[in-house]
Design a protein around this ligand. Structure first.
Ligand SMILES: NC(=O)c1ccc[n+]([C@@H]2O[C@H](COP(=O)([O-])OP(=O)(O)OC[C@H]3O[C@@H](n4cnc5c(N)ncnc54)[C@H](OP(=O)(O)O)[C@@H]3O)[C@@H](O)[C@H]2O)c1
Length: 267
């Protein structure tokens, strides 16, 4: 498949998405950078879009606009996301829905809007931004972990279905990255009271510190760019060697040992 030229990227106003928009544009791609605020880095090849991934009409209108203006769409990068923290027992069904809404259903909604065109074209690239939390269970962010695991598995299953139409899928799994994600994190209504409150507060504070000391979003943006240029995309990519090593070890080591290490770190 030829490298992508016209790209729809969600969550383009901040962090990983803003870095990716800039890097893709500098590599010569035309990037429709979508977010609720409609902010995006200034570049002649970046076109900002106001699009909430949870708004079906806005998503369909955005994809139609790209097709009208460009006559085609080569790739979609589903990066928009947010996090909610709190003990699993203290999280209401509405709060779980909120977590899945953007991180999972939002991505599915955007991909569904692109698929008919990708099938018509006989090619298309689908990238989802999941997380290392998809393979390491994160306490007090159980539903963020679950939503990212669902997104990863959906991306893999989808790749099997769409391959006959010339469409490729890839999931990018970032580790701690210094972005606006930490500041945008919400807490469940009951997070700060009850049996788990103290441990939860300590644990999430440590995670937030790790995020703010984390890697530059450029590292993840570079991984996205590389996949958009490859003839054949990888099914999933865990950027940076240390996170790749954690992924491999989490598969090789006995599960009980992995859980013990996670609990030492965060419980
Ligand atoms: N930072 C990390 O350590 C880390 C680690 C692993 C995975 N990730 C994943 O990386 C992705 C990007 O996050 P980030 O770290 O770059 O965080 P960020 O700086 O907070 O960026 C999140 C982006 O998503 C957009 N967004 C949120 N809700 C949206 C919605 N309903 N519709 C459209 N856009 C929406 C935000 O823009 P508006 O507010 O303007 O809508 C913003 O552009 C997320 O999926 C996150 O889960 C991050």
């Amino acid at each position: 498949m030829k490298p992508a030229e016209i790209v729809l990227l969600t969550g383009g106003s901040s962090g990983i998405g803003a870095a990716a928009a800039r890097m893709l544009a500098e590599a010569g791609m035309t990037v429709y950078a979508a977010s609720r605020s409609g902010r995006a880095p200034q570049h002649e090849r970046i076109i900002p879009l106001v699009m909430d991934v949870n708004d079906q009409t806005a998503v369909v209108l955005a994809v139609n606009r790209i097709l009208q203006e460009q006559g085609r769409l080569d790739a979609v990068v589903c990066n928009a996301g947010n996090g909610i923290a709190g003990a699993a027992e203290d999280t209401s069904i509405e709060e779980i829905r909120y977590q899945f809404e953007t991180c999972f259903y939002g991505a599915v909604r955007v991909i569904d809007a692109c698929l008919p065109e990708f099938r018509r074209q006989g090619q298309g690239r689908i990238l989802t931004v999941s997380s290392v939390a998809a393979f390491i269970p994160i306490p007090y962010q159980a539903f963020y972990s679950s939503a990212k695991a669902a997104l990863l598995m959906y991306t893999k299953a989808l790749s099997l279905e769409v391959k006959p139409f010339g469409i490729q899928c890839c999931s990018i799994l970032p580790g701690d990255t210094k972005t606006g994600f930490t500041g945008a994190r919400k807490y469940t209504a009951r997070a700060k009271e009850g049996a788990y409150a103290e441990t939860m507060a300590r644990s999430v504070a440590k995670m937030e510190k790790d995020e703010q000391n984390g890697m530059s979003p450029d590292v993840i943006a570079r991984a996205i760019l590389r996949q958009l240029k490859r003839r054949r995309m990888r099914l999933h990519v865990t950027p940076r060697l240390d996170y790749k090593a954690i992924e491999i070890l989490s598969r090789l080591l006995p599960e009980r040992l992995v859980m013990w290490i996670v609990s030492l770190l965060y419980c």
